[in-house]
Design a protein around this ligand. Sequence first.
Ligand code: SF4
Ligand code: SF4
Length: 361
Amino acid sequence: MDKRRLGRTNLKVSIVGFGGTWIAELNPDVAENVVKHAFELGINYFDSARWDGDSEEKIGAALQDVRDQCIIASKTGSRTKHESLNDLKVSLKNLRTDHLDIIQLHGIDDEKTLRKAMDQDGALQTCKEALKEGLADFIGITGHKPQILAKAIATGSFDTVLVPINLVTRQALEELLPIAKIHDVGVVAMKPFSAKTSNIVTCLYQPSLSLISNEPELKRLLGETTEEQVNTALRYVLSQDIAVTIPGLRSIKEVETAAKAGQKYTEPTMSEKERFSFDLQDYCRDCGLCMPCPESIDIPAILRFYTFYETFGFKEWSRKLYRGLEVKADKCSGCGDCEIKCPYKLSIKEKLKKVQYYLHN
Ligand code: SF4
Ligand code: SF4
């Protein structure tokens, strides 16, 4: 499998990596085989987290004999120096290693959390000390809000950034990747198969808002078979200016399908570029700054479904998703609070009226 340079870390990472979240669901023997098989197929980037159940223990057990040939990234979800230091010690023990290649701040999705993690008693200090003591080589940051991550990496404190990117989740291409390029920060793309963004959990083959599904409209874009769909979804992500994408993998079959897509990756053809091209303008970036709505309307979710409908042409799928929401757009009182807060100056009220007209049937 091809390798790419992970920004200024200069690490050479396989273009498809291993997202370790879901192996926490597996029994230890199965998980170990899944991780080992990924390594055998050329995957050398393994991502885990203290928050991800016993994923670290399983990765540590599977890779202990080939540790020096792997790049292991883990995360601390703690925000203070003291707690994150404890996390780091546990991560090292779980992963059976004396150092992490990358220690990441996990799930930094708003400015307050970013400030807390970066202040003098924050988790970033632990990461810096870990570098000095040889317990980690590089510092990364992860989250679902590209504009927050862009502010973080502009400080120069982070060597890598982990963010969702996929066919229908493109905010990072616009708001984060140009900044990452300027600072030579290595970009790792998570959730290559998931149509959901923040506060949402999906993975390969899981039906809930996964792009890998039997929805006819998704099949038209991605392909008929699971293998075709995975291949198309990964090809789109890999055609962006990123180093590695890390689908969450939890079976030998999933590992083989994802690794195969990485092994045979070539630059997208002109016809693929046209197929992947959508005119995304005036759309909701899921920044969440318009929330909360006094009528409990989930504005980002509704506008996301509207983008699926209007821009991606997923007419039936978006209607189905919209029908699943408890509070619909017709609850909008027209107070206008959201529009004042939207940094993209979207006409939210107008869009909600369109949503109710087009999606509610
Ligand atoms: S205008 Fe409608 S959607 Fe916006 S905050 Fe008011 S009630 Fe909520
Ligand atoms: S409507 Fe505007 S403020 Fe609300 S999530 Fe979308 S882009 Fe952000």
